[in-house]
Design a protein. Sequence first.
Length: 321
Amino acid sequence: MAKSNTTPRKASIDRMALSLERTLQTASRSENTIYSYLLSVRLLTGFLAERGHDLTVDVPRDDIKDFLIEQQTRRKIVDSLGRVHWGGSPATALVRYKALQQFFKHCVEEGELEVSPMVGIPEPAPEEKPVPIVRDEVLAKLLKARSGKTFVDRRDTAIMRVFLDTGCRLAEVTNLRIGDVELKEGVLTVTGKGNRLRTVPIGASTGKAINSYLLQLEKEQPERADDPSGKLWIGRQGPLSTSGVTDVLHRMCDDAGVARLHWHQFRHTLAHTWLAHGGTEGDLMSLAGWKSRAMLDRYAKSAQVERAHAAAKRMTLGDRV
C-alpha cells in the first residue's frame, strides 16, 4: 500500500489561541496579560483574514512584519460596541511583537510549528517620548471637583489619592479588597504582576479619604462593607472594573475642566516626585513592584530634565569661584 504524501494540516490560530489561554491561566498569569496576548493574536487574525490568508499558525514572516508596521501607524479604530478609539504607535507595535513571540513560541512547544516565524524579525523600537507627569495645580482641581460628601465624591477622592500616594498599576488598585486595607498601619496590600503580593504605604490624607469612603459604604451597603474579601471600589452596578475606574478619572477631569488623563500618568508622577525629593532608586523599585532596572529607567525619564535643572540650582557649581 502506497504511503500518503499529504502534509498534515496545521492547527488554526483560534485553536492555538485557546490553548495559549489555558496555559497562561494554569501559570496564574494576570487577566490583563492574558487579554493583551489574545488581543494581539485576534488583531493578527483579522489582518490575515483581510488579506485572504488561510488562518492557520503557519503564518508567513512577511505578513507578520507588515502587521507590525500597521500597528505603528496611528489610525481610527471602531470597536465591537461602536466606540471610536485612536490606536497605533511604536509602543503598541512592541506590545504586539512580544505577545506574538509568546504565541508562536507556544505553537512550537506544542509541536504545531518547527520554528517560530518571529525568528529574524527585529523588535520594534519603543517611543522615546516621556509620559507627562500630573502637575500639582491639576491635582488640586481634580480634588476640588470631588470635595463634596456624597458616596461618589468620597469614593473618587479615595481612588485618586491611592493612585497619587502609591503609583500602583490600574489593575492593582482596581482589584483591591476591603481586607487589603490596613488604616492603622497605613499600608495597602496589592497583588502585582505574576500574583506577587507587596505592601505599599499611604499617607494620612489618603487614609482619611479611604476611611470616609468606607464609612459611607457602610451606611449605603453594609453587607459589602462587612465583607473583607469583597472588592473595595463599588459602583452602581457592583464592583468597579478597570474600565470603571478609568471612567472615574475621566469624569473627574471633565468636571474639573482639565484635559483627560490616564491613571498610568500617576505612576510616572510618583517616580518623578520620589526621585526629585531624594528618594533612592532601590526603594522606588520596591515600592513600584519593578524587578527590572529597565523599568526604573523608563519611568525616570518623565521630567528628567526638570530634576536635573533643580539639582544644578541646588549645587550652584559655578558659584564656587
